[in-house]
Design a protein around this ligand. Structure first.
Ligand SMILES: Nc1ncnc2c1ncn2[C@@H]1O[C@H](COP(=O)(O)OP(=O)(O)O)[C@@H](O)[C@H]1O
Ligand SMILES: O=P(O)(O)OC[C@H](O)CO
Length: 559
């Protein structure tokens, strides 16, 4: 159970509350489908969550560098969370009729392929962190005119959805068959959820929201439509126009997202959707150009609002859609870090350090500094601003003095160093220095991590009391579409009370020295996948897929 869930259940104290007249109350539901867990929250109009249910789901790592989710399990987790939160909500005396609308926010880039006749997924979802496409990304980069950042805002890497789709077309028999039959549907998690929650093929609501679509590499970030140039570029082996791509719609919309077709909220409308990092920017009310937020979840993502025109980075950042409520898109510069909380989980699950995340912070507090240890947590290569896909996780500076506390501390510091590198790049791209940085996400619970962050970037780090900002952002999008809130002014009081400010305390000389060591470690973490290994990787991809297909067939034969 998350901190906020603890808080709510403490407030509720297990007691039955008197029933409140639904006509005097207004709430907005929010589905938050993250990388490691799903949540459903119900917010009041002051942006306070009054009910939450959270469920973790399976992380599947079939081979080194591979990371998958079961798409059906994800849908089930959403349905379970809705039921769980609603039960709590009604136990507290509220009526489901007072929930006006529902928003969705989700992990981005993770790619699902399904058959649009049966509505069944054809393979596990390939998660945004997955690096099996490193060789494929290199192959794409080597093609003529492969720098498409001007069009879609993203560099070619293992990260965007397109490489995951191409991999499935090459390696997954069922996906290839659906492609040949003309029934192959592709989508990110928003599209998959909207399709399934609306009842799948019966209704065939096949749409994607624009902040999510901007992570596929198929969308022109200016026109907000699929780009012919991008579709042509990726159509050298398979024709991208033969794959069904969902229609791109705005983030706040009363016409296209449909409604829930099952469960206790059957019939409730969905009127908002945002990729999770865009949602966090909205939840932090980063509506003005120059506003920024950094979300420390499974990964860590810094979004900087650049206003109504995209800024194409020259320093390793991404251009992305921040949100589009009314047909006038707002853009952001983004610095994406692949490993943040997942580094903490790695220490817990792979190295057996502790069993709870906050204990990793406590372990890090047992030492006064990193003891000279630097941990480049490049488990998925290194994302922004470096984009080194052949980097692997590497620890430098180990001596007889090194203990577990140093490793825990270096794990927390890794995300702070990368954030510093991203802020430096952002300053170069935008010509502005941030005055403060707003933060949220699970790992921002770690005061040690946030203090280290302030020390390394030299500006105050502002952490709100209510840190479910991602879910709040989706609720805001849905609430705007359906008239719960009418303008940004009405959100002035939302989530402002009780924030914590971490002020920089470290001497600049020391923070510079630490950062220099980090940069040295980054340069030494490169080149861990040699060309021949990359090729071998491709052969192994095919072998592994054949094996998994064989297992599927054997399982099917047993039924
Ligand atoms: N006190 C803490 N110290 C360090 N890491 C933490 C702490 N609390 C939570 N985390 C980390 O935060 C991550 C979960 O954050 P969350 O925002 O829920 O992620 P997501 O939305 O990606 O699923 C986990 O990886 C967890 O290990
Ligand atoms: O699950 P998170 O919060 O780390 O976010 C995942 C991102 O959307 C991936 O781009």
């Amino acid at each position: 159970m998350s901190g906020i869930a603890d808080k709510i259940s403490n407030l509720v104290g297990g007691q039955q509350k008197p029933t409140v007249d639904p006509s005097t109350e207004t709430f907005v539901g929010s589905i938050d489908q993250g990388t490691t867990s799903t949540r459903f929250l119900i917010f009041d109009t002051k942006g306070e969550p009054v009910a939450i249910h959270q469920e973790e789901f399976k992380q599947i790592y079939p081979n080194p560098g591979w990371h998958e989710h079961d798409p059906e399990e994800i849908v089930q987790s959403v349905e379970n969370c809705i039921e769980g939160a609603l039960k709590q909500f009604e136990k507290d005396g509220h009526s489901r009729e007072s929930i006006k609308t529902i928003g969705i926010t989700n992990q981005r880039e993770t790619t699902v392929c399904w058959d649009n006749k049966t509505g069944e997924s054809l393979y596990n979802g390939i998660v945004w962190t997955d690096t099996r496409t490193a060789a494929l990304a290199r192959e794409l980069k080597a093609r003529p005119n492969s720098d498409k950042t001007e069009v879609c805002g993203l560099p070619i890497s293992t990260y965007p959805s397109v490489t995951k789709l191409l991999w499935m077309l090459r390696n997954v028999e069922k996906v290839k068959k659906a492609y040949d039959a003309g029934t192959l549907a592709f989508g990110t998690i928003d599209a998959w959820l909207i399709y399934k929650l609306n009842g799948g093929p019966a209704k065939n609501i096949f749409i994607t929201e624009c902040t999510n679509a901007s992570r596929t590499m198929f969308m022109d970030i200016r026109s907000m439509e699929y780009s012919d140039e991008m579709l042509d570029f990726f159509s050298y082996e398979f024709d991208m126009r033969k794959v069904h791509l969902p229609k791109i719609v705005r983030s706040a919309d009363t016409e296209h997202f449909g409604k829930l077709e099952t469960g206790s909220l059957k019939g409730w409308p969905i009127t908002g959707c945002l990729g999770d990092q865009s949602a966090a920017l909205v939840g932090q009310k980063g509506f003005d150009p120059g506003a920024a937020k950094n979300t420390y979840g499974t990964g860590c993502f810094l979004l900087y609002n650049v206003g109504d025109k995209p800024v194409i980075s020259k320093h390793g950042l991404l251009a992305t859609i921040a949100y589009n409520f009314d047909g006038k898109p707002i853009y952001a510069l983004e610095g994406s870090i692949a490993v943040a909380g997942s580094g903490v989980k790695f220490l817990m699950h792979n190295l057996g350090f502790e069993q709870q995340s906050h204990k990793i912070t406590e372990l890090a507090e047992t030492v006064k500094d990193n003891g000279g240890l630097v941990f480049v947590t490049a488990f998925s290569g290194l994302f922004a601003p470096y984009w080194i896909d052949d980097a692997h996780g590497t620890m430098f500076g180990i001596t007889h003095h090194t203990e577990r506390g140093h490793i825990a501390r270096a794990t927390l510091e890794a995300v702070c160093f990368q954030t510093k590198a991203i802020l430096d790049a952002m300053e170069k791209d935008s010509g502005h220095k941030l005055a403060e940085l707003k933060v949220d996400g699970g790992m921002s619970n770690s005061a040690l991590c946030m203090q280290t962050q302030a020390d390394l970037v030299g500006i105050p780090i502002i952490r709100p009391k209510m840190r479910e900002t991602t879910a709040l952002g989706a609720a805001i999008a849905a609430g705007f579409a359906s008239g719960v809130w009418k303008d940004f002014g009405e959100l002035k009081e939302v989530n402002t009370a009780g924030q914590t400010s971490f002020e920089p305390k470290m001497e600049e000389k020391e923070s510079k020295r630490m950062f220099k060591r980090w940069e040295k470690a980054v340069s030494m973490s490169k080149g861990w996948i040699a060309e021949d290994q990359a090729e071998q990787g491709r052969e192994e991809d095919s072998k592994a897929t054949l094996e998994s297909a064989k297992k599927d067939e054997e399982a099917a034969a047993k039924i």
